[in-house]
Design a protein around this ligand. Structure first.
Ligand SMILES: [Cu+2]
Length: 72
């Protein structure tokens, strides 16, 4: 099943952060779309729940060096 989650990423501040976060999240299997917005400090991810879980997305953002908290 496809699901879209939104995460708060308070320490994301510029286009470099955006690119880095999106790259790490897109490495996961099952990601359909990852869009990081540095102005709103928000990450929106659409993913297949059969292949990847929200915790994996949070971990990928951690790998990039940022903190993500699920907001919806
Ligand atoms: Cu940055």
């Amino acid at each position: 099943m496809m699901n879209t989650n939104t995460y708060s990423v308070p320490d994301m501040s510029c286009a470099h952060c955006k690119a880095h976060i999106e790259e790490e999240v897109n490495k996961l299997t099952g990601i359909q779309n990852a869009n990081a917005n540095p102005d709103e400090k928000k990450l929106t991810v659409t993913f297949d729940t059969n292949e990847v879980q929200s915790a994996d997305i949070v971990n990928a953002v951690s790998q990039a060096g940022y903190t993500a908290e699920k907001t919806q």
